[in-house]
Design a protein around this ligand. Structure first.
Ligand SMILES: [Mg+2]
Length: 253
């Protein structure tokens, strides 16, 4: 029996700054029926606080404890696997805020880890510094490898495009934290006392959301409000397909 619904954000609950119709209502209905509502996005330019603010502005109620985002997961991953290591960050404010909460201070010279998220001010200097540090033995960590992210004005280059630049220069593959990697599921299960059979991942992308569910051995629901169009046969098969989150049943086996 599904007890917790994990929602992707972009393309699932909203597009750009516009919520998908019925989003706030379905989340409240799930909560009223005692279900746990969680949010998991690879996006990492904002912290959990920043995402709560964005959702609230769209009329979608959310608490920090319900949010698993790229910046937060990167900081938790650092804390768990590389405690006391110095880190050079390619990324935006969200990553710096979450690292600070974990007590990790970013550095520049001689960093032992290069942590990469989406950075809309990425430039040649940051690329060159990343290469120098990795060549000197620094560990290369990526928030995610999403090639693009959707906006009202079409697709924009994602974190994966920046990761690829560093990968080509350094000839090193990064450790990847976000979807479809399974790292987040253990945190989620522990934080909310859940078993795999009680969790449903709801998302719009096959290669991240649905693949994440497969990798974690949890159930998945594809929604058709984002990247993936209706098809008779999906390359990665979800357990359920709905036109939109508004069509999600509040009870699922
Ligand atoms: Mg999405």
């Amino acid at each position: 029996m599904i007890k917790a619904y994990i929602f992707d954000l972009d393309g699932t609950l909203y597009r750009g700054k516009t919520p998908i119709p019925g989003t706030a209502q379905i989340l409240e209905k799930l909560r009223a029926e005692g279900k746990i509502v969680l949010f998991y996005t690879n996006a990492g330019t904002k912290s959990r606080e920043g995402i709560v603010e964005k959702l609230t502005n769209m009329g979608i109620r959310a608490r920090k404890e319900e949010i698993y985002c790229g910046s937060y997961l990167l900081a938790k991953y650092m804390k768990k696997n590389y405690p006391n290591k110095t880190v050079f960050v390619v990324g935006e404010i969200g990553i710096f805020e979450e690292l600070e909460i974990e007590g990790i201070e970013p550095s520049y010279d001689q960093a032992e880890v290069v942590a990469v998220g989406l950075d809309r001010h990425f430039n040649y200097e940051k690329l060159a510094k990343s290469l120098e540090l990795i060549n000197n033995g620094a560990t290369f960590i990526a928030s995610n490898t999403d090639n693009t992210f959707p906006t009202e004005h079409g697709d924009r280059p994602g974190c994966g495009a920046i990761v690829a630049a560093i990968e080509v220069a350094s000839k090193k593959k990064p450790e990847v934290v976000g979807k479809p990697n399974t790292y987040a599921i253990d945190l989620i299960k522990k934080d909310h006392n859940l078993k795999n059979s009680e969790i449903l991942m709801v998302g719009d992308r096959l290669d991240t959301d649905i693949q994440f569910a497969k990798n974690c051995k949890i159930k998945s629901a594809l929604v058709l409000t984002g990247t993936t169009k209706k098809s008779k046969k999906y390359s990665i098969k979800p357990d359920y397909v709905f036109d939109s989150v508004a069509d999600l049943p509040t009870t699922l086996p």
